[in-house]
Write a protein that binds this ligand. Sequence first.
Ligand SMILES: [Zn+2]
Ligand SMILES: [Zn+2]
Ligand SMILES: [Zn+2]
Ligand SMILES: [Zn+2]
Ligand SMILES: [Zn+2]
Ligand SMILES: [Zn+2]
Length: 1866
Amino acid sequence: MDDADSIDLSDNDEFMLDVEITAANVQDAINMALADDDNSNSNLTTNVDLPQLSDELINFDGNKFGEELLFKIDNDNIEKILYQHWKTFVPQCYIYHTNLIKGIIEQRTQEILFRPLDIYLYGTLNTDDAIQIIRSYNKKSTVCGHLFKSEEPTYFCRDCCVDPTCVLCTDCFLQSEHRKHRYKMNVSAGGGYCDCGDPEAWKQNVHCNLHLPHDDNNESADDILNRLPSDLRLRAKNLFNILLRFIIKLLCTGNYQDIPNELKNEYWDGDHKNYVTILFNDEVHTYDQVIHVLSRAIQCTKQEGHELASLVDREGRTAIRIGTTEQCRDVQQTIRIRTADVPLKCEIYPNSFISLQYFAQKLLTYLQNIIELSDGFRRIFCECEIECDDELDDITRTEKALLSEKMLWKSARSALHQIFINSFFMDSEWKKTFAILYMKNYSTVWRNFVKDPDEYVSFTDLSVQVYTVPTLAKYLISSHNAFQTIVDSFLEYCQSKLDHGKLLFSRTTNASLQHEFRRAQSILYDLKYLLGVVPQEYTVELRENFLNGFRVFLQLLSYMHGMDKVARQVGQHVEFDPEWETAFNLVIKIQSIISSILDWCAQDKELLLGAYEATGLTLAEIQKTSDISHLIKDKNNSSIVKTTVNDLKVDCYAYDVAKDPISVHIPVVRLFVALHIHLQKYTNTATTFNNLCEKLKIYPCFIYEEALRIQVLGAQHVAGLWKRNGYSLSNQIYYYSNIKCRKEMYDRDILALQVGASLTPSDTYLIQLMHKFNLLEWIRSPENGHSSETESKVKEKVRIMEEFLHLLLIIIGERHEPGIGKVTREEKLTREVIHQLCISPMAHSELIRGLQDSGQLELGSGDFEAVLKEVADFKRGNATKGNYELKANRLLEYNPFYYHYSKADQCKSEEYVIKRRKLNDDGISTTLFIPCPPLFTESFQPIIHILDSNIFLTLLKACIYRSADSKAQLWSEAILNRALHLITLACYEQERESNFEFYSKCQKSELDKLINQLHLNTPSKAETCKELLAYVIKLYNKFNETNEQLNSSTITTNQDTSDLTKRAQRKRKDLAAQKRAKIIAQMTELQKNFIEKNIQLCSDSIDEQQISTIESISPGTSSQLSSLISSSDQQILSTSPNTEFKFEPMSIDDTYPIIQCCFGRNDIELSQTTKQILTCIFCQENSEVKLNSEALVLSAYVQNSRVLSKTRTRRIENWDTFDPTFMSNDLHWGVHVSSCGHAIHASCWTKYHNSITSQDHRRTLRMRGSANYDTERNEFLCPLCQTLSNTIIPILPSLRIFADERKLAQISFNEWLDGLDKALNGSIESRYELDTHEQQIFFNPCPLTTITKMMAERVAQNFQLLFGFAGDSRVQDFSDSIRERLMNFAKNVYVFGLNVDPDDDNDRIPIILWTSCSYTIQSTEQLLRIDSKSIFSQLSIRQSELINCLTKVSAVYGSLHDSDKIKKHCLKLLSVLLLTRTNIQIPSLIDIDLFHLLVSLCFTLPILFASKQTSPSLTNVPTGNLNDLYLVRLILMAHCIQILSSQGFLYEIKNDNSQQFIIRHKNDDDDDAEKETIQKLIEKIIKNQTPPSSSIQLLSLDEILDKLKQSLLPLLRCTALFYHHLTGISWPGESGLDEYSIICHYLGLPICLSKLFDIENERFSNDLINNWISNLSTSKSLIKYPILVNELHPLPKEYIDLMNQVSQGVAPYKYARDEARSPCICLTCGDVVVRSSSSSITTPNLLTTNSLISTLLNIDQTVGPCNLHTQQCCGPVGLYLRVKECSLLLLNIINDGRINKTRGTFIPAPYLDDYGETDQNLRRGNPLHLCDERYHALYRRWLSHAIPEDISRNMEFNNTSIYAHNWSQF
Ligand SMILES: [Zn+2]
Ligand SMILES: [Zn+2]
Ligand SMILES: [Zn+2]
Ligand SMILES: [Zn+2]
Ligand SMILES: [Zn+2]
Ligand SMILES: [Zn+2]
């Protein structure tokens, strides 16, 4: 089945049809069906109500039966015995059942059906040994012949392959010389085979090391057989014959009654319930149609329908109903009625027949395995294949199979196909035998294929294997007339399309007929292969048969000649655009055949003359039947009219392009002129031509007449005369000169005109041309530039004149074609490349695409590479694609009238070349002159006399006259310009040939004077041509140095040139001024439309390298804003402290007073509260960030994340009930917030958001979900930079303003700890639950007074000071706007972070908010770490803006929430750190992420003692006081213990140095103290740990210390980041210290660990440590410190390694069109993900009860393997490398069990070829190497959680909507 075929031309990219076919991929997925058999196992079957195994079946002894066969060895009855056996057992072993996924169940088949055959063949029960012995008879093979499965990589060598169908398998490739050559890789679609060892496939290095020939290899054919024992040979022959006979009888029959009676069991005819309805595949109906029909016919669900449809697609047929005849017939009837227009094929058979057929297919696979064992077997098998079964006719078995394609279905066909390849094609003798048989039945085979609705696998695919063998092809042409046979077969299909002798296609014919003709066109590929290699020698038969073929080929061309005629539409616009595509597709297919034909003819004189004459004959026929023009009234008149110009009488064709019908298809003429240019090698061209014309009565001018008409058509089309003829004509004209078709269209027509010019007197020729262009007035009255016609008519005429002069420039100037000019192919190519690069610098692939025969160039020899190197420099971009830039010295070769330029190319190239020449500044004029063309060959030399003909000079005179005449209407600048270029060409010729008459005629007609005059007083309208004029005069004057008059003009020229330079300078200045003005204008524009402009800017700059650029976009566009922010920040931060310290909370070395500690300074007077002013991106107004004003917000994106997770397998099953209080230290989940950092008013945002939501509502009516964001999930794009967002964060002012002005509390660390301990233990209450009989522990926060009562007075006072805030009425409160935004943000973080339903009162909301704060900081820290950046001031603005907002919002959020709940949360958190006297259920300290704990505690501690009367206010906001200092110290101590007691820490050396920080040790005294402290800790820890095995040594103290500090750093960095943004204290300046020390200083902590712990002095903390250690010993955490940043899976350097890795690891997939089956590598874990089989995604139990069916998932919701893997491995974001496609798949999955939405995008894989280009979809197949920069860029995007954003941007870029692709199927 197939989706409706699109018209080939509709899509430019798919236009190249002929590149698709190679031997490796032509039998598109031929193996699909077979591969399925290979891995078949019957476990797919389920508990469907199948019949029980009969006793007969269970008890059958295969060995016994096999021995019986062996005893009857000489008995002819073996076949009968086997038939009897099969009749009984096959239907029992293969049971068909519609309820089975595979449709069939196999039971004991190996034992019952195949084992006896083995025993018989090998003559023993011990078959394994026998096989070993048989193998040993084989000689080492010198050919590979490995059959490709689909998805297998293949390799093609550009240096050595004979044609692109020659490929190697992986094993051979890796063992061959070719891997050092310029190879290409591809992925086979299956069905081809490895050509290693075939001398006809390789120019050199025929054999790989595995298949090297050895000395005794030249033995005769008999030896292969004689190596096998004679009895074995006999049995093999006998068995193969029996099996083959059986197979052919069963498979190649249309009627089940035809098979031998011995095979029919009792369920054959009559009344039984074992009939079956079989549904067949076709290419007409789509899946959906089939599913729909099936659901009606057999009442199946959509899911079952899909299964059946895919089974039909894969196998070619399937059983859909089993039952009585009536039941089966009903189904058949329904299906036929429901598909009445094109009925689906559907037949009824007895079940047993289907089983036998299935067995026959299985036997083919069985035989294939056997003949692979031994060369001898293979040869015997070949012999059997060409035997005949029927005495009556002598059709061999092979032919029988070939001819019965229409009876066969896909899997049977491919089985036969494979065995043919495996037998005949592995043996050169037999290959020939097969080729002859194939040729004999060629037309029938094709007829079957063309009529066949299931085209997917066909015997016609064997053509490529036959015809690409050069010797075979030559043999078939000369001895079996293959050329003619093939063309005849195609002509058969053309007959039905003929209308008045021309092909005619229409859009309205029915689909199946259209499919038929499309299929028939593939015959032309066979012709291409057949003629692909030109023979070295020609024999008489070869010539004769070639010409036979050539003549019928001419017949085909004459059918095309003049097809799709159009006449100019006047008055009314054309009603229907007529069909035109098929003709052009034919042209494309024929193109390569014609090149081959020409190559054949050019090599041999006789052949060439024969072909020339044959073509002439056809041409004469065409001339006779060509249309009579409306100009001729009398039909008997000749179609020639006499035209007179200046007394010259000229024969012209009576034909008016504007009125008579015209066709762009004139292949016969084109072939004729193509042959014509080869004549000069052997004869006198002109004489041969004239003789031929005379003999065949061809008007010589007919040769170019039709080509000329098409040029006129083109000119008139440009001039707008054909506007009313619609798109059909425009498209034809476009493709006529497009790269894809021009070789056999436009180029040949120019050739025809050149041939004409070379054979016709120049004046006559020019008059004929101008007659057709309707421009004779120009030469009849050259001085008259006026016209009486309307202005538009005048414009038309001028346009046509311009085109005419352009054409003359081409006819005379285009000589870079071997045969026309004296040039080599290489020079032609060089010129092509130069002109391509004159358009702009290009990437390699882009360049290749614009060249003729690009396919061959890329595959062919190194010529192209050499040319490229010579003319261009490769400029490699940084991790982007590199471009080729034309070398400066080659710019002079630029011809602005290069004939392959389109109008657009011409403009672009002129601009580019002028720009480049200006840059060079080496005196080269920027005026573009046509370069001097090469010499014509002798036969084309007459063309130059156009330039010195009288008519030409008259024409020039007309042009110059009219330039001087300011009132002339029939004139344009372009006309003058072209005329001057023509004069330039004439001067070049004059220089070359002294007797050239141009100069003398110029003087005579005083043309030179006219030119000089024009130059001296150039009218303003011709000003731009002045430089060109000067150049022309300079050239001209070379021929007359003595002439004084002209000398004077030389002087003027010189003056002119000095003038020129001045003018050039002025021009440059003007340009600069213009540029400046432009920029200013742009800037004002920018300011005006700031928003729209930027939106556009962003979308514009998203391109292929998007990954690397996105990062820079948003900060860039916001620089204005950010500088504002940072400057105001600076102001806050630079407030210097002027207060003395009376109290030292901790002993800190003050060696570095420059570093300001961020804590303990809440007594600082903040006299001047710095204002923070931001500009709203929406309304452009400035606003100050204040608490009590309207909220300013940043758009932000919240996502659930598993990027930092250390345990990929850990998953949270139910987010609704999940308790997030403690974050585990493997960070296995998290909530990440990102933002683009653009500020907007909350009210402005609301306006914007409302507008996009309503927009989206409106849009859903028309095109659902066409945006790249999902409004259902609250998504929107930042109005400025289009970053994907789903919430907004309010921006808050500095929190310093909340700090009240109380005195600094003076309390020691121990006292503080003691206080908290009291608070914790005082708050724990327990209650005995009556119903559960358990002690229930809960928190009841006790008031501050209760605790202070227990303290000494001083301590109590200070503790009170620290915690007991009085509600301060002076502190301003939030505005409603800010409050609302705060609450909303927290809710959104909760909803999108956990993917749960909104729940305003959920207790987890603050916790998730704080989690998101810590997690975002941690991921930022890691991002900096992989870039080896310090945390100080190296954040991007976007990052720091976000963290700033996020910390502040998190900090104030606690005071908005229910204080009681916060207090309880705080106590719960404290209970992990402090000693509790009861056992509460909490996780062990060792498993907790301490940074999360720190952040949560920091936010909750200030609220712990908030009094109930005054609910928490903004005074309860953390601002970096003593609380924070002690908290950090406590956490750090705990972290030390956590690290030291982690598993293996004390024993294992760090293994990864890449992510290490540098830590220097400075102070020796401290060092010793530190060591002492650590030593003590270690001792305590070891005592508590279970000792490891004695062999492991403890690390040295130095190593441990170093490792410990390394491990502490991530936490320290995060903490410093956190407090920096919370307090706003500026970063320390440059101090020369290492990062560890700076951070310690910044946080007010001692660098020396011994001071941190202070074990001696602080008794309380000592107890705490002991307690921790004794509790930690029980933990089983597997986290290793230092914790490293997660990395993406390392990829191999070479892409082929990846291909091989995947092709070996994964079974080939079977659906060619199934996206989900391509192997993908998960980049987060490295697993290869592939859908294993079609059934794995569905419930195996398909039918039976209704309840089961209802539980089946809807097919649309089945989730693909990457989706499944993503959810298990990496959470919501998945990164996959699709190996076959060489692209990256980015997925973003939102799945909470209720909704499951997936979106994704494809981007190129990070592999580049040698030209610096990616190769998505492996279109080019060059060797690819990993680009580390690209991969690292992807890694950074992933780590910075930007993948959802990238997907959104890429979708916008590709204009796809979010869910358009069904991404969940991947
Ligand atoms: Zn091979
Ligand atoms: Zn090999
Ligand atoms: Zn090679
Ligand atoms: Zn605004
Ligand atoms: Zn933005
Ligand atoms: Zn994975």
